[in-house]
Design a protein around this ligand. Structure first.
Ligand code: NAD
Length: 455
């Protein structure tokens, strides 16, 4: 039965992951993220004013959150919220709890959200938030007080018409419920539209919890046939077995794809003939109650399969590689070792721009995050619409609408990449930039001036 990974193995893997992350994070994530725009600019005809505007975040907020710990002591945590751009509508973006959260990371994530919302034609701008914390070290009560404290600190900065948070790494629907409740207490009225990804009983949408993985599945399943790939002849590896990664792995498994490897922060498992994904999901959810709301156990503790490290997983000889954990996982140090032919970015920013260049040269197709993982924000939009109308949709209706948007925009990105003979990431930015540029120009003042004079 189950072979337990040794503690030594776990520690070594964790230390390796963290030290690699530190090396890579020394170059600014934001400058890497925004460099992606440069390539796309050649193919769009938007004004210089609009381009200049898009180089900077509109508002960045940094807050200290005091937290009374269960033992009576006081700790202060650092929190952030960045609204990158709100030309197309209120800011939209998740809240991340992670020890590595920095303003640079939050700003980069808000930048990606701006393009993602434009790409999917959602009436939102881009935003993101986070707290620098290891939430697994907190009790459930401490986690709740921290989440409510964060909302206290940023309450003037968010709202259903201003900026609407959602879940991201290590935040979930329970935390969104606390946040919505705290905001409603401050406002002295029920404000379900302030946060999305809430429990269904508090105004959440059917299908929001699985939306990111489901949306990614629709994109993968609609684009792979263009390369002559069918489920039966496609092997898949998934890095990150959380909310997004476990759902896409499960749907691919159920559609007949062979998912041969999955991993989490501790390590991974590999089986040449394919893993039984539903049983791995069951195992993870059964071990959730320990350490507040997080799964204290790892996929590598489960199974009779071979244990592999995250580095091994990324270098597997599979058809499809799905990074679904954190940013910067495929970088200049390991891009050469990648053997997969198609990479679908379910995480935000898992491939650095240097790695992109190496992968392009190797003929590997990279399907970008701002398209592939946009299912989450799309169903967040549906949730916000339902909160404002008071009319709630069935799961089948949510998924039909999600599929229509994801497949439709994936086809448009594919068509742009063919038309301009550019990689898929550049195509996705061209598509988003065109929509954003039109909105920025429609708002702008440039046309009132001729040669520096008002006319
Ligand atoms: P999650 O917290 O549910 O899961 C994250 C998973 O990644 C966990 O299994 C964790 O163990 C694993 N992990 C962490 N560090 C790792 C490492 N170094 N190597 C391998 N695995 C590691 O988070 P999530 O919501 O699934 O988010 C994952 C990614 O998807 C993030 O980049 C997030 O921004 C992106 N994303 C999430 C959503 C959403 O709706 N949840 C939407 C869009 C994008």
């Amino acid at each position: 039965m189950a072979t337990k990974c040794s503690q030594i193995y776990k520690m070594r893997d964790l230390i390796e992951v963290e030290s690699k992350r530190e090396q890579i994070m020394s170059t600014s994530l934001f400058s890497d993220a925004s460099s992606r725009l440069e390539k796309a600019l050649k193919y769009v005809s938007i004004s210089e004013d609009a381009i200049e505007r898009l180089k900077y975040p509109k508002i960045s907020l940094s807050v200290s959150i005091p937290l009374r710990m269960d033992d009576g002591s006081l700790r202060i945590f650092q929190g952030y919220r960045v609204r990158y751009d709100d030309t197309r509508g209120p800011g939209k973006g998740g809240i991340r709890y992670h020890p590595n959260v920095t303003i640079d990371e939050v700003q980069s994530l808000a930048f990606w959200m701006t393009f993602k919302c434009a790409l999917l034609d959602l009436p939102f701008g881009g935003a993101k938030g986070g707290i620098t914390v290891n939430p697994k070290e907190l009790s459930r009560q401490e986690l709740e007080r921290l989440s409510r404290g964060y909302i206290e600190a940023i309450a003037d900065f968010i709202g259903p018409d201003v900026d609407i948070p959602a879940p991201d790494v290590y935040t979930n629907e329970m935390i969104m419920g606390w946040m919505m409740d705290q905001y409603s207490i401050i406002q002295r009225k029920s404000s379900p539209g302030v946060v999305t990804g809430k429990p269904v009983t508090m105004g959440g949408s059917q299908g929001r919890d699985t939306a990111t993985g489901t949306g990614a599945f629709y994109v993968i399943n609609s684009l792979l046939p263009k390369f002559g790939k069918s489920p039966a002849n496609t092997t898949v590896a998934v890095q990150g077995f959380g909310n997004a990664g476990s759902v896409v792995a499960d749907l691919l498994f159920k559609a007949g794809y062979k998912v041969v490897a999955v991993s989490d922060s501790v390590g991974g498992v590999y089986a040449k003939d394919g893993l039984d994904i539903p049983s791995i999901r069951r195992y993870k959810s059964e071990h959730k109650q320990i350490a507040a709301i997080y799964c204290a156990d790892s996929v590598c503790n489960i199974v009779e399969h071979e244990n592999i490290t995250n580095e091994d997983l990324l270098a597997l000889d599979v058809d499809v590689l799905i990074p679904a954990a954190l940013e910067n996982q495929i970088n200049f140090q390991n891009a050469d070792s990648i053997k997969a032919k198609y990479i679908f970015e379910v995480a935000n920013g898992p491939v650095t721009s240097e790695a992109d260049r190496i992968l392009n040269k190797k003929g590997i197709y990279v399907f970008p995050d701002i398209l592939v993982n946009a299912g989450g924000v799309t169903v967040s939009y549906f949730e916000w619409v339902q909160n404002r109308s008071g009319l709630y949709w069935r799961l089948t209706e949510v998924n039909e609408r999600l599929k229509e948007r994801m497949v439709g925009e994936a086809e448009r990105v594919w068509a742009i990449s063919q038309e301009f003979a550019v990689d898929l990431r550049t195509a996705a930015y061209i598509h988003g930039l065109n929509r954003l540029g039109e909105a920025l120009d429609a708002k702008g003042t440039r046309d009132y001036y001729v040669n520096g004079k008002i006319h």
